[in-house]
Design a protein around this ligand. Structure first.
Ligand SMILES: NC(=O)c1ccc[n+]([C@@H]2O[C@H](COP(=O)([O-])OP(=O)(O)OC[C@H]3O[C@@H](n4cnc5c(N)ncnc54)[C@H](OP(=O)(O)O)[C@@H]3O)[C@@H](O)[C@H]2O)c1
Length: 342
């Protein structure tokens, strides 16, 4: 055991806008003892997600926040320290797939919120990335929320992000021509060289609209939308009749409250939906957890043999989460943000 105390990151202030290190406090407590039917797990990898900011409150969301003083929600990969549960033994590797194991060293489980994982099959970080809720979100958006015609052109926004990089690669595996949109030349290079997209366009570049047009000679059949911002209306002139759009997230709006700056593009969006006969559907991945086995069966082999890269941005140490998490809202992070804590 690396430590005999449990360090847990609790919410002590609700941010306005971007999260700050002072919104969190690291508290220490005794490591809990598992009771009858319980498992004590030690977290080794902790997932950082935009959802964490939503749960902090004052976010542009219908989601109820956690209480001040609560331990931060977080998906984790963990090792079983002690088990009084027939399904788990000390030394087993598990994933805390419901977020209840949290941003802390140790957690108690009744077995319903942890699942055994095979540390030999794929890198353990992938259980938070491409094979975690992140990858499930991308896969669900492309296979269950929409019923798109494979082989057409798929555009993914925030394509170098955690969900976006999974969506772009799943798109390739499913036979689309994939165009990724991301901020900055490093990210577009990464999309082309490492993730194998067909074209990548930098929305921060002055020639974004011209480059986008060149990348879309046959228009757009499917959009996987992560951002919810000004890039979206710019895509609309390229959208083909009957195109399908999954709105998997509105990253740019999470920390923005009040009136939005910029032109009102709602009439353009509605006109395109009407005249182009578009299907637009948002979704919450938690309603699709029953598909986890099907998702893992399809994508675990692809992660194992390298066809699906689970790209990561790893920070070291639980104590560094409060200072690192705000980076998620700056564009400085590419791939799945994970803290290695043991
Ligand atoms: N539907 C669901 O149930 C579900 C589940 C999980 C996640 N989500 C949502 O999916 C979206 C993507 O999640 P993720 O974990 O993959 O995050 P992520 O994409 O890794 O988030 C960070 C990236 O978002 C991009 N971004 C674009 N506009 C931004 C802005 N105005 N402010 C900050 N970042 C901006 C940035 O990339 P660039 O540098 O390229 O701009 C940034 O690096 C989020 O909206 C999240 O809430 C939804």
């Amino acid at each position: 055991m690396s430590t005999q105390v449990n360090r847990k990151i609790v919410l002590v202030a609700r941010p306005h806008g971007d999260p700050k290190p002072s919104d969190f406090e690291i508290q220490k407590e005794e490591v809990p003892t598992p009771g009858e039917g319980q498992v004590l797990v030690r977290n080794t990898l902790v997932s950082m997600d935009p959802f964490n900011r939503i749960l902090m409150g004052n976010a542009n969301s219908d989601q109820a926040p956690i209480e001040l003083g609560d331990t931060m929600f977080g998906f984790t990969v963990a090792v079983v320290e002690q088990s009084n549960h027939p399904g788990f033994a000390a030394g087993d590797r598990v994933t805390g797939f419901l977020g209840t194991t949290g941003w802390q060293d140790f957690a108690l489980s009744d077995g319903s919120d942890i699942r055994l994982v095979d540390p030999e099959a794929v890198p353990l970080t992938s259980y938070l990335g491409a094979l975690g809720v992140t990858g499930l979100t991308a896969w669900v958006g492309l296979t269950k929320v929409l019923n798109p015609k494979p082989g057409g052109t798929l555009v993914v926004t925030a394509a170098a992000g955690a969900v976006g990089s999974a969506a772009a690669q799943i798109g390739k595996l499913r036979g689309y021509r994939v165009v990724g949109i991301a901020g900055g030349p490093e990210k577009t290079r990464h999309l082309l060289e490492n993730l194998g997209v067909d074209a990548a366009v930098d929305y921060k570049a002055d020639d974004f609209e011209q480059k986008l047009a060149l990348a879309l000679p046959d228009g757009i059949d499917t959009i996987y939308e992560n951002v919810g911002a000004s890039q979206f209306p710019i895509l609309l002139p390229h959208v083909n009749l009957g195109a399908q759009i999954a709105v998997g997230g509105v990253m740019s709006q999470i920390t923005t409250t009040g009136a939005f700056e910029g032109p009102n593009t709602l009439p353009d969006v509605l006109r395109a939906i009407f005249y182009k006969d578009l299907t637009v559907r948002g979704f919450n991945v938690t309603k699709f957890y029953d598909f986890y086995p099907e998702f893992l069966a399809e994508l675990t082999p692809a992660v194992a043999d390298g066809r699906l890269l689970s790209t990561t941005h790893v920070i070291e140490g639980l104590e560094n989460i409060p200072t690192s998490f705000p980076d998620m809202f700056t564009g400085r992070v590419a791939g799945k943000m994970i803290a290695k804590i043991a």
